[in-house]
Ligand binder design. Sequence first.
Ligand SMILES: [Zn+2]
Length: 193
Amino acid sequence: PYILGNTYQNLRKLQSAHGGYDVGAESNYGDYEKDINLDIALLVGKQLKSYGYKVVYTRTSDSVSWSNDNVEDLQTRCDLAKKKNADLFVSIHLNSSEYDASGYEIYCDFNNKNTVKLSNSILKQLDQLYYSTNRGLLDTNETPLYVVANNEVDAILIEAGFISDDSDLYYLKNYTNNVATAIAKGIKKSLNE
Ligand SMILES: [Zn+2]
């Protein structure tokens, strides 16, 4: 993932990654990552709003405001987080592999205690759904991601599962709301602790 995602707090900014010209990864059946990311992001935002948080989306449909330039695309999303004074930037993605792989994982800056705590809180909620494997946290100091590195706001990137894995894909498509609610709950719990 080079990733851009979805959510924020007090201004949580939800970013549904990819979109428009950029379809992201593709399943064996022609599903685009960008569409499932968006479905999850919209539901996470809805849940966060119900908790009373203010939510800003980087996109709410497949039509995007930025150009077909990848860096401009990602920078526009980071700029929005700053402009909206977001407390948190959450990018939502799906993984893909040509090998047998499944599970969810979260990228964050291991030197940033807030985002490490937030990421662990989300993983804990996802664990309770029993839909796949917890692949843990990944350090963006080792795998730099544009939207984390270039964000002035605390940012994480969630890989909610593998679009290339039939079992992950089935759950993500049919129980999207469970995944979204777990993410929102993890965010809320982390902020309230
Ligand atoms: Zn992606």
